[in-house]
Write a protein that binds this ligand. Structure first.
Ligand code: PRP
Length: 213
């Protein structure tokens, strides 16, 4: 049996729908269930729902054969020691620097205060531009930071742009496209690549159809 660790939330919902469209039936799954482990009727796949930063941890240590998680989280929390097999083309968004609308000169400060859930990505981005920064790690609702005067700008993902718009913020610059990736444990990939390939083929087809709808 193939064990897949899925990032909870938007990605998991799309992937579970796709798997079911591809013929894997999970009778006890529903989008709002609190259950965390699901096995398909035929006993081919076991899916576990985990917090996105933990997907690579389970996969790296072999507690899951494979995982599906956003590239943003992979880059931030470490993508070493796992194989990145496929860009699934879902969960698409951009990593961006944003600030309060109409305050573009904020970027001219000598030392910029940056709030982010992604301190490592933010550090790398500004280091590449030789811009000294003071980084503040937050865990969510990052848009609040510039509004409350905690930071000058934020580094965060933007999908539809609604959260920024509704909070009076604006993108200063987008610097990296993001999407969900299929990753595999190195040993599992050697021994179970046939099962992974079968599942991936179905997933790719059904995800593609879902995106077209
Ligand atoms: C993410 C991100 C933004 C929002 C962007 O937050 O941090 O806040 O989505 O999406 P949008 O451009 O479509 O509005 P998430 O929903 O993961 O919640 P969090 O802020 O609590 O992490």
């Amino acid at each position: 049996m193939l064990h897949i660790a899925l990032a909870k939330g938007r990605i998991a919902k799309k992937v579970m729908k796709s798997l079911s469209d591809g013929g894997y039936q999970f009778p006890d799954y529903s989008d709002d269930s609190r259950k965390l482990i699901f096995t398909d009727k035929e006993g081919r796949i076991r899916v576990t729902l985990v917090k996105s930063p933990d997907v690579a941890v389970y996969v790296r240590r072999g507690a899951a054969d494979a995982g599906i998680v956003g590239k943003d989280v992979l880059m931030e929390d470490g993508e070493e020691d796992v194989y990145e097999i496929l860009d699934l083309g879902i969960g698409k968004c951009r990593m961006a620097v944003s600030g309060i609308k109409g305050k573009r000169d904020v970027m001219n400060k000598r030392i910029l205060t940056v709030a982010s859930k992604y301190p490592s990505i933010a550090r790398k981005y500004f280091a590449g531009r030789f811009q000294p920064i003071d980084i503040i790690k937050l865990n969510g609702s990052i848009e609040l930071a510039p509004i409350l005067g905690l930071s000058d700008v934020i580094v965060d993902i933007v999908e539809t742009g609604t959260t920024l718009r509704e909070n009076g913020l604006k993108v200063v610059t987008e610097f990296m496209p993001i999407s969900a990736r299929f990753i595999a444990n190195k040993a599992s990939y050697q021994f179970k690549h046939a099962e992974m390939d079968t599942m991936l083929e179905k997933l790719r087809d059904t995800l593609h159809k879902q995106e077209e709808e």
